[in-house]
Design a protein around this ligand. Structure first.
Ligand SMILES: NC(=O)c1ccc[n+]([C@@H]2O[C@H](COP(=O)([O-])OP(=O)(O)OC[C@H]3O[C@@H](n4cnc5c(N)ncnc54)[C@H](OP(=O)(O)O)[C@@H]3O)[C@@H](O)[C@H]2O)c1
Length: 331
């Protein structure tokens, strides 16, 4: 395989820095370019034993670049995407700018790697809470056919980037330091808002779980009711999920399926206080699933409840993007 040139766009952010580590851990043999804003130009980083200087993102940045891993906010992504396309650079993007476009596959490799083949230059990484939920649910969906999900999320501050981490770290020392990434103090608090609300009181983040899950599972009829909450946790999102399925659920079978599910670690021994927790899932790639039980409010046994946690900077963003890259490199 020829050595490819790969650029990380947004290389100094929470996701961008993790992408560099994932490329290194997964031994992707490549020339690496690190791109960020003018503020970061000149910063140094080490990749595969060599020092690399962060460059300012410019129109000419994509010359000779085979793949770009995007880790910038939507407005910045929309600015540089045409520059990348002009150079025929294939982009694997983490922002939500292109996720629902018809000609952009939205991919979790454990679920729909095949969709990558339809790309026209852009492949999108789903929202982090969506990735964690769908990795946890895929085996159950295949067996029992999920029709509806009711989800509450507990999302870490690093989901709002490096500034989110700074806000929590500052405020545990001095709660009077104002938040920059959140509308309120986050230390010793939680905030039931992620993204702007629409006229019906549903936030952008809450819509992503329905719209992106429909696209990934190719099921336009899937119904999702979600409440997204920011919590004072540094890393790893957690989710409480109730699923309603077409078929009656055999709980023993459901647990067996989860034990063998791709990308999942089954941690479910409540009598011995074993269940998923964000401290345990940080800095690794598996989605932990536990607290699995039939919904006692549904006598028809078509509903099941579970709790899952996953590192949203890794599997919810950087690792998922690098897995997509690996699929592209295999082709
Ligand atoms: N954090 C997560 O858990 C997570 C999970 C899934 C998806 N995402 C998505 O991934 C993307 C990145 O998120 P993040 O959390 O990594 O954000 P972040 O920590 O705030 O990092 C943002 C990156 O964008 C760069 N940037 C800002 N303005 C720029 C400009 N004008 N030109 C070039 N680069 C610029 C920043 O560079 P400077 O350092 O130079 O400012 C930094 O490298 C977002 O779309 C986010 O929604 C994040």
């Amino acid at each position: 395989m020829n050595k490819k040139t790969i650029a990380i766009v947004g290389a100094t952010g929470a996701v961008g820095q993790q992408m560099k580590e994932c490329l290194e851990e997964r031994k992707i043999d490549c020339q690496l370019k690190l791109l960020a804003s003018k503020r970061s130009a000149g910063k140094k980083a080490v990749f595969q034993g060599k020092e690399i200087t962060v460059e300012e993102l410019k129109e000419s940045s994509f010359e000779g670049v085979d793949y770009a891993l995007g880790a910038t906010e939507n407005d910045i992504t929309k600015m540089w995407m045409p520059w990348a396309q002009k150079q025929n650079t294939i982009v694997i993007d983490n922002s939500s700018a292109y996720r629902l476009d018809n000609d952009v596959p939205l991919v979790i490799p454990e679920i729909n790697a095949r969709d990558i083949q339809t790309h026209k230059g852009i492949i999108a990484n789903p929202n982090c809470a969506t990735i964690i939920a769908l990795v946890a649910l895929e085996a159950l969906h295949k067996e029992f056919k999920i029709q509806r999900m009711i989800v509450s999320t507990y999302q870490a501050v690093s989901g709002a980037g490096v500034q989110g981490i700074r806000d929590l770290e500052n405020q545990v020392k001095d709660p009077s330091i104002p938040s920059q990434a959140f509308p309120y103090q986050i230390a010793y608090n939680l905030i039931p808002q992620i993204g702007d609300f629409d006229e019906n009181g549903i936030s952008k983040e809450e819509w992503k779980l329905q719209n992106e899950s429909r696209k990934i599972w190719h099921d336009p009829n899937l119904r999702v009711n979600c409440t997204c909450v920011r919590v004072p946790i540094l890393r790893s999102h957690s989710e409480s999920i109730t699923i309603e399925c077409e078929k009656e659920i055999d709980i023993i079978k459901a647990k067996e399926l989860l034990k063998n599910a791709k990308g999942v670690k089954f941690v479910d021994d409540p009598q011995n206080k074993k269940y998923p927790m964000p401290l345990d899932t940080s800095n690794q790639d598996l989605v932990y699933v536990g607290r699995v039980r039939l919904d006692p409010s549904d006598p028809t046994k078509h509903s099941l409840i579970l709790f899952c946690c996953g590192d949203q900077i890794r599997k919810g963003a950087a690792t998922n993007a690098v897995q997509i890259l690996e699929e592209c490199l295999k082709a």
